[in-house]
Design a protein around this ligand. Structure first.
Ligand SMILES: Cc1cc2nc3c(=O)[nH]c(=O)nc-3n(C[C@H](O)[C@H](O)[C@H](O)COP(=O)(O)OP(=O)(O)OC[C@H]3O[C@@H](n4cnc5c(N)ncnc54)[C@H](O)[C@@H]3O)c2cc1C
Length: 473
């Protein structure tokens, strides 16, 4: 990422942001303000960046004012949605941060199964709006994640097999472009931009509003879900069974698999606290009359330490893990797409599963199969449509003193595992891995993305992201 020098005509003034502030319905937070440290903090406690100014925008007009001001004064622009990005791409040293956290309104249209969502919403805002009507927009697995970053990168979660990725359910987006104009992109208007937004991340502009298609989940929003834990010693049998079993099941059943240590919380029996496990988080969102038939093999396989499946509102499933991972922990992520869960890979998972360094460190593999696999690679910017999983290794711990320990574990685990992968990685699961990894994540879609970038952001104003440089003429 390039660093643009800050214009001295801005920095030399007593309040260089006076002109900008006069245009805002929201407000600006500057380094001397008491709120600055709280405002520059993001979800990953490893990130410690000092923006020039953080503008809490109230509406699209505020966003336009920020983009124009930043360009006029040669300030770099960072865009903050939910602030969850592992690499902390919502904030940047010396940048003007367009902070969307005040923009969290939703409008639900139950009759047409559509929800309109402001650009700064978290997924819990969306679930709150839709689940009382028995429906949801496909999202991820943690409710405090921002809609903006997750949706623009792809969006894998509990509903992927049944209803596709989040991008597969995007109907339209209102976008402030690099020239300060505001457009609506959908299949008929700015179709290239709409294509690029569905997986291309924050490269193309600031999305101030998303419209998503919603789908029925469970019965009146009640689903059957929860974890099944197996001792790590059983990981070979479990993963070999799972890789054959899941693709043959109805799409109402989703199950993502991983390794973890059982959290030492009252929710789980004390005798399994801190046990190293292979876990599958199952969710069944279909008709309840069929649930027992579908779930019987899930409950019955192997020698589980715990079968935690139960009825719950879809909102509870979406927020199941939120209490375990509050903001401010140390996170180090490495990721890959995985087409085949090979025997060789399983042995590597066993090795690093036995050596998980801290209680929260983990590895997850989220299926990108079923409905998500049916969408041709060229239909959206999100490219890995060949089935398989989005895998992520997360070294996680509250204590900054363990930052090296968790990073080292994730790095060596990934280095050994990477040759068994499909090559690229889900851009929302990587930190700063350089341009070649970004290119690899888009396969043959990369060149088209670079062309759309050249059309909509030729000066690469929006480059604090997994950057796609504009194609040369
Ligand atoms: C605990 C946790 C669980 C997660 N689980 C899942 C999961 O289950 N499935 C999944 O797919 N991902 C998951 N993720 C990854 C998540 O998708 C990414 O971290 C994503 O970048 C978060 O988006 P955000 O808006 O919160 O982040 P931010 O840090 O605010 O932004 C991330 C990037 O998106 C851009 N951006 C954000 N909002 C906008 C907008 N409105 N317009 C333009 N650009 C924008 C930013 O500029 C930045 O480049 C998880 C992350 C965490 C930390």
């Amino acid at each position: 990422m390039s660093t643009t020098p800050v214009d001295s005509t801005v920095t030399g003034l007593a309040n260089p942001y006076e002109d900008l502030e006069a245009q805002l319905r929201g407000y600006a937070i500057k380094p001397a303000d008491p709120a600055y440290d709280e405002a520059r903090a993001v979800y990953n406690g490893m990130i410690d960046r000092h923006p020039a100014v953080i503008v809490r925008c109230a509406d699209a007009a505020d966003v336009v004012a920020c983009v124009r001001f930043a360009r006029q004064h040669s300030l770099e622009v960072a865009v903050r949605g939910g602030g969850h990005n592992a690499g902390g791409l919502g904030v940047w040293d010396g940048a003007l941060v367009i902070d969307l956290s005040l923009m969290r309104g939703t409008t639900v249209d139950p009759a047409n199964h559509v929800v309109r969502v402001d650009g700064g919403c978290l997924w819990k805002d969306v679930d709150h709006a839709t689940v009382p009507f028995g429906m949801a927009a496909p999202a991820g697995t943690v409710a405090s994640t921002g809609v903006g970053g997750l949706a623009l990168g792809g969006g894998v979660g509990h509903l992927t097999r049944r209803y596709g990725l989040t991008v597969d359910n995007l109907l339209s987006a209102d976008v402030v472009l690099a020239d300060g104009s505001l457009v609506t992109a959908d299949t008929e208007h700015h179709p290239d931009l709409f294509w690029a937004l569905r997986g291309g991340g924050g490269n193309f502009g600031v999305v101030t509003s998303f419209r998503f298609r919603c789908h029925d989940v469970g019965e009146n929003g009640i689903v059957i879900a929860g974890p099944v834990f197996y001792d790590i010693a059983d990981i070979g049998d479990v993963m070999r069974w799972y890789r054959e079993f899941l693709p043959a099941q109805p799409r109402e059943l989703n199950g993502w698999i991983g390794i973890a240590r059982v959290p030492s919380i009252p929710l789980f029996p004390e005798e399994i606290h801190d046990r190293r496990v292979c876990m599958i988080i199952w969710s069944y969102t279909g008709p309840h009359a069929d649930a027992e038939r579908v779930l019987a093999p899930v409950r019955g396989f192997g020698n589980p330490l715990l079968v935690g499946l139960q009825n719950m509102p879809f909102t509870a499933l979406q927020s199941l893990f939120d209490p375990l991972v509050p903001a401010g922990l140390q996170w180090y992520w490495k990721a890959d797409f995985v087409t085949e869960l090979s025997d060789e890979a399983i042995e590597i998972h066993r090795k690093y599963g036995e050596a998980i360094p801290t209680e929260l460190s983990t590895m997850h593999m989220y299926p990108i199969s079923g409905a998500a696999q049916e969408v041709p690679t060229g239909d959206t910017a999100f490219a890995y449509r060949g089935g398989g999983w989005a895998g992520v290794i997360g070294g996680i711990d509250p204590d900054p003193a363990n930052a090296q320990l968790i990073s080292d574990w994730a790095k060596v685990y990934w280095e050994e595992l990477h040759p068994t992968s499909a090559g690229g990685a889900y851009i929302n699961f990587i930190m700063d891995e350089g341009p070649e990894r970004v290119r690899a994540s888009y396969l043959e879609n990369f060149e088209r993305l670079a062309r759309v970038k050249a059309q909509y952001d030729p000066d690469n104003v929006f480059h604090i992201n997994q950057n796609i440089p504009p194609a040369a003429d």
